[in-house]
Design a binder for this molecule. Structure first.
Ligand code: AMP
Length: 173
C-alpha cells in the first residue's frame, strides 16, 4: 500500500474527478505493480546527503539526467525527497542564496512511498492526488527503486502496444 501523508488541495474538483476516471479506465485491467516497473527500469536510486549544497544537487541531477533525488542520512536512511520543483521554488523565493542552501532546507520530509506490490493504478492515483511525480519503492527498510510518472506512462504504453498486437494476432489468426 502507498502510505499517504500529504493533504492534497484541488482547485477544480470536477476536473480532478474526470482525470481520475480516465486513469482508472486506462489502467483498470492492468495487473502491473511497482515491482514490474522496476524490473524494466532498474533499481538504481540516486541520493544526496542532507548537508549537500543545492549547487551540488543540481550537478548530480544534471549528471544523471534526473529530476529528483532521495536525501539519505549517514546511516543510509531516507530523510526526504528533493525535486527540481523544490529547487525552482527555492530560486523564486531566494534568487541570490539558493545555490548555497542545503538539501535539507528545501526537501520534502514527509515522503509518500510504495511497496513492490503496489498496483500501478494506486501509484498513479497517489501521484495525481499528492501532485508529485516521484514515488520511492520500499522493500522493508530497503529502497528498492524510484518510480516516476514518466516510468508509469512508458510502462503502460508498452502494455497497450502488447495488447494491440495480441488483438491483431487474434483477428489475423
Ligand atoms: P515532483 O512533481 O515529483 O517534482 O514534486 C513536487 C513536490 O512534491 C516537491 O515539493 C517534492 O519534494 C514533493 N514530492 C515529490 N515526490 C514526493 C513523494 N513521493 N512524497 C511526498 N512528496 C513528494
Amino acid at each position: 500500500m502507498v502510505s499517504k501523508s500529504k493533504k492534497p488541495h484541488f482547485g477544480h474538483e470536477s476536473m480532478h474527478t474526470h482525470s481520475q476516471s480516465i486513469e482508472a479506465a486506462v489502467v483498470e485491467r492492468s495487473k502491473a505493480t511497482a515491482a514490474h516497473i522496476l524490473e524494466t527500469k532498474g533499481h538504481d536510486v540516486v541520493s544526496v546527503r542532507p548537508k549537500d549544497s543545492i549547487h551540488k544537487v543540481t550537478e548530480v541531477m544534471k549528471e544523471h539526467g534526473i529530476g529528483s533525488v532521495i536525501v539519505k542520512d549517514q546511516n543510509g536512511h531516507m530523510v526526504g525527497i528533493l525535486t527540481e520543483r523544490d529547487i525552482v521554488r527555492g530560486f523564486a523565493d531566494e534568487p541570490d542564496n539558493t545555490f548555497d542552501e542545503i538539501a535539507e532546507d528545501l526537501m520534502t520530509r514527509d515522503v509518500v512511498t510504495a511497496t513492490p506490490e503496489t498496483p500501478l493504478l494506486v501509484l498513479l492515483h497517489s501521484m495525481s492526488e499528492g501532485r508529485f511525480r516521484h514515488i520511492p519503492v520500499l522493500d522493508g527498510e530497503h529502497i528498492a527503486g524510484l518510480v516516476s510518472i514518466g516510468d508509469v506512462v512508458k510502462f503502460r504504453l508498452r502494455e497497450l502496444e502488447y495488447e494491440a498486437l495480441k488483438l491483431k494476432q487474434m483477428i489475423v489468426g
